[in-house]
Ligand binder design. Sequence first.
Ligand SMILES: [Ca+2]
Ligand SMILES: [Ca+2]
Ligand SMILES: [Ca+2]
Length: 214
Amino acid sequence: MKGKRRERGVTVVELTCAMFALVVLSGGIVSVMGGGVGIFRSSTLSCSTEKGANRALETIVSHLSFAGRDGVLSCFGTAIATDTLEYRSVAGCSEGNVVWGDVTRIGWAPEPADPPDGEDNDRNGLVDEGMIVLTRNPGQPGETRQVLVRGVARLLEGEALNGVDDNGNGLSDENGLCFERRGDSVAVRITLCRMGGDGVPVTRTAETSVTPRN
Ligand SMILES: [Ca+2]
Ligand SMILES: [Ca+2]
Ligand SMILES: [Ca+2]
């Protein structure tokens, strides 16, 4: 006797299990993709923060290279480090004499929306961040200000405000923009901070040295 082929439909239980498996699988894929996007964003932020620090450093070096050495070095007084330099650069030459340009100042300044009071006043996740400002003719009628970079840390990476050299560079409580005198040269250090989308701040420090030529 020839057996009858038995048609079998999909039961409700099987359908439910299949849908559950699909949801779990797609959830896993979304989760993996989400993790990948997070890593990509974090890496991009690290890269842009590092570039920002290096770019600001290059700009400062290009300015200080043409500055008058005596003017730059006199800013230190008896200290070995400062967060502000004021100087004149060579603007040209007339009848064998050097013509000096306008007084220029490069220094750290607080972000207007986040004054240095230990609080995150602008609620961006960073406390007391500042900016590097290049000022021409400071305090004079023709004063102009140019912000070279924002998000500059209040203190250099690894430092805490405690009178101690926490990061072991020989300076205590140095600023996020730090000029250190080394003979006739100046070491320049910058620490930038950016807040990541995951709430974890990214910090990058750039350092070089420059010798004023004039
Ligand atoms: Ca802030
Ligand atoms: Ca503040
Ligand atoms: Ca230090």
